[in-house]
Design a protein around this ligand. Structure first.
Ligand SMILES: [Zn+2]
Length: 130
């Protein structure tokens, strides 16, 4: 029986794995195993850094709005100012005035993302006095 061709999972290598004992083998060498792990971690970090950066921009933007007393804005307008809806993390669900709302919080700001109306609604902020 012919052996299955295995390709090293390390993107930088992708060599055929020759002379393997187990068909579950993923890497051609210990070096490639470590290298791939390292590259994956770098990738995860990059994503995290991007998200944190996006969150920071989102916060600063919404904080400026709240400070100016504006609590509702179209997502498309916010996006022109750099708002990144991909960086919204950990949705929380609230019932506000009988509506089910998808909310997000960054620091002191709690805001709703109304996907139907494409609106961002700030419900809570240190600048918002009820
Ligand atoms: Zn390799």
């Amino acid at each position: 029986m012919k052996k299955r061709i295995l390709i090293c999972k390390n993107e930088e290598c992708q060599d055929e794995i020759i002379d393997y004992k187990s068909s579950k083998r993923l890497y051609c060498s210990e070096y490639c195993r470590n290298r791939d792990g390292y590259l994956r971690r770098q990738e995860d970090n990059k994503e995290l850094i991007e998200i944190n950066k996006g969150q920071k921009i989102n916060y600063e933007l919404l904080d400026r709005y709240a400070k100016a007393g504006i609590y509702e804005e179209e997502v498309s307008k916010l996006m022109k100012f750099g708002f990144n809806s991909k960086c919204l993390r950990l949705a929380k669900y609230y019932e506000i005035n009988g509506r089910n709302c998808t909310c997000f919080s960054i620091k002191d700001i709690l805001f709703e993302f109304d996907e139907e109306k494409n609106l961002i609604i700030i419900h809570k902020s240190k600048h918002k006095i009820k």
